[in-house]
Ligand binder design. Structure first.
Ligand code: PLP
Length: 376
């Protein structure tokens, strides 16, 4: 059998990893500043994480959501403590798209409405509902799971005012647009959405799948705006590579039996992975590290020419380059052995482990500076 060939792949097969380092099959070492799309939050193969998962697997790895699972309760408690959402509720699933799908479903259940407002260049996943709320013609779904999606420009209050009325089920917005090129919603725009949603009985859904879990230096990116959405979706860094997704749900939203469900979501191993990540984030003070190293990187990058713009918060950084420098990302990988991400057309995306060090940041800055000089 062959693989269904849907991914443009680099011809590198990581064989071993530790912290922010990866080694391929030939023993060549790479600095990983991308973490497989923002997934590696506490570093590859973190010893505490490995032990927590191994110990759990030796006890019980899986049982479905047909029995009481104390680890899920512990996970919800720890997440409430670290995120500040003590009074909210947690539904666990397996991926980002699934989290968004469930959030959209809850919004439709509660409001009895099907219209969703999303934003240009948004990315919310690849299931039919999540992909329908994704503004990218290449990956748009052939149908939209019964939702009517309206795409509006980010940060445009007038456009929202014209559409957001009492027929709208939800507004879904990323804490920071990741795939769309590290575009940051204004704090005032998020506050405006919170108010308008409340006025019109619509749900505000914050997609924190890429921007969440400490990446920006706050637990969730929207916390810079001091708002409290009805639903917050998460995945990626939650399990540091183990597939874990979730929705944080406002206390006024009451569940009923069978409202949502999943076979794998929140299983013992997933909950152990989620707990290990939170425990390491707390113990190693990774939110502060994300703030500190992020600030250091952004200041240093901001001084480099010719860079169009540096956008980001904490360790979610986009380096917007002129068209003539579009080779830089590939050169960083092949010449300097540094993994970064991209957003089309010319944004280099940095989404490293939240534990990345200043020395590793300096290695990147040196390599990046050399690449810019080479193209002078
Ligand atoms: C903001 C955002 N939402 C949703 C998703 C979908 O997550 P998943 O690939 O786990 O389904 C992604 C993935 O890149 C994302 O960046």
């Amino acid at each position: 059998m062959t693989l269904f060939d849907v991914y443009p792949l680099f011809d590198i097969a990581p064989a071993r990893a530790e912290g922010s380092w990866l080694w391929d099959e030939n023993g060549t070492r790479y600095l990983d500043l991308y973490g497989g799309h923002a997934v590696i939050s506490i570093g590859h193969s973190h010893p505490y994480y490995v032990k927590r998962l191994t110990d759990q697997l030796n006890k019980i790895g899986f049982y479905s959501n047909s029995v009481r699972n104390p680890l899920q309760v512990e996970f919800a408690g720890k997440l409430g403590q670290l995120s500040g959402y003590h009074d909210y509720q947690l539904f666990l699933c397996n991926s980002g798209a699934e989290a968004n799908e469930n959030a959209l479903k809850v919004a439709s259940f509660l409001t009895g409405r099907r219209k969703i407002i999303a934003f240009r260049k948004a990315f919310h996943g690849r299931t039919s509902g999540a992909v329908a709320a994704t503004d990218n013609p290449k990956i748009v779904a052939p149908f939209n799971a019964g939702h009517e999606i309206v795409f509006l420009p980010l940060n445009d209050q007038d456009a929202v005012t014209n559409v957001l009325d009492n027929t709208v089920a939800a507004v879904i917005i990323e804490g920071i647009q990741g795939v769309g090129g590290i575009q940051i919603p204004d704090d005032s725009f998020l506050q405006f959405l919170e108010t308008k949603c409340a006025e019109n009985g619509a749900m505000l859904i914050l997609d924190e799948i890429q921007s969440g879990y400490g990446r920006t230096g706050k637990f969730f990116a929207h916390q810079y705006a001091n708002i409290k959405p009805h639903l917050i979706t998460m995945a990626k860094g939650m399990g540091n590579g183990f597939p874990v997704g979730g929705v944080i749900i406002h206390p006024d939203i009451k569940p009923w039996s069978g409202m949502l469900g999943t076979t794998f979501g929140g299983n013992y191993l997933a909950a152990a992975a989620g707990l290990a990540v939170l425990e390491v984030i707390e113990k190693e003070d990774l939110l502060n590290n994300a703030l500190e190293i992020g600030k250091y990187l952004m200041e240093a990058l901001g001084a480099l020419k010719p860079v169009n713009e540096i956008r980001g918060r904490g360790l979610m950084i986009g380096i917007d380059l002129p068209e003539s420098l579009k080779q830089v990302r590939s050169n960083l990988l092949h010449r300097h052995r540094i993994f970064t991400g991209e957003s089309k057309p010319n944004v280099v995306r940095l989404l490293p482990s939240l534990g990345v060090t200043k020395e590793q940041a300096d290695m990147f800055l040196t390599a990046f500076g050399e690449e810019l000089k080479a193209t002078d």
